[in-house]
Design a protein around this ligand. Sequence first.
Ligand code: NDP
Length: 309
Amino acid sequence: MSEILTPHDSGAMLIDGKAGAAAVDAAARAAAAELAGALGRQPALAVVLVGEDPASQVYVRNKIRRTEAAGMRSIEHRLPAETTEHDLLTLVAALNADDGVDGILVQLPLPAHIDARLVVESIDPAKDVDGLTARSAGALVQGAPGLRPCTPSGCVWLARQALGDLTGKSVVVIGRSILVGKPAALLFLEQNCTVTLAHSRTADLAKVCAGADILVPAVGRPEMVRGDWIKPGATVIDVGINRVEADGKARLVGDVAFDEAIESAGFITPVPGGVGPMTIAMLLVNTCAAAAARAGLSTPNALSDILGG
Ligand code: NDP
């Protein structure tokens, strides 16, 4: 059994996203080394941060650190909050044109005066390592090759660590955002699961969830999913990250009431330390995949299990 799965006193297995991310980071490192040999340079990821949003600063710092640790080149563009949409689009166009850049990530959210959709759509789909352009989303719908969104890819990978082949599993994804819910539903469909996509208007959500072999809440409501929503033995992949205050202390909780859920779940991701760390790991994988595809090379062997599964 993989070290990613660790037994909990309740009898459930914890799915350790930190260990998972470390394993995927290591595969990306091996792929980056192989690609560096073939390309004559390191695969390169450009990260663009506009403004001073504190959470974004932390994410970007972590992305840069892990990109460099994986043996890739990190290119950083920090722009002031007053940057115009035109200037940001000009920067993205320059990164699109730069042959030494394999992946472009514009950190969201952007300041309100900038149309985030327009900026994301201006990224060359071949460098769209966040998988958020309409072209990448269309490729996912069509089952065509393309870069897949990172957080949902991390969810599927964790579920596969727990269960192996997901064929025939009944999956309920809660949340229908472009960033997480919709692509997660399509990625589980690609794994031959039978997928239900639930949202704020879903009737009797608890009953819908109780039918799931794999439950993937991506809502942003602390501990909304209660223990009795979970089918005994089900796998719970909790995407939610919510900051709550209790007794004057801030802490992070998921969309799932963990202490209740662990009594019925077979496998469950904790928050923090579950899905969260997987997002950057999949970003590194996508950067390598983009570097290989742009150069007309086949996907590095180290990534074939992660991307091909
Ligand atoms: P959005 O706010 O874009 O989407 C939330 C979704 O939840 C919507 O589709 C909404 O439905 C649905 N929803 C809201 N309330 C309910 C309800 N009461 N019952 C059922 N569904 C409901 O959020 P994101 O998709 O961007 O993020 C979701 C969560 O995932 C957040 O906690 C976020 O922090 C976390 N996240 C974690 C990441 C990571 O681990 N690395 C990365 C990205 C996000 P409707 O469409 O009907 O309004």
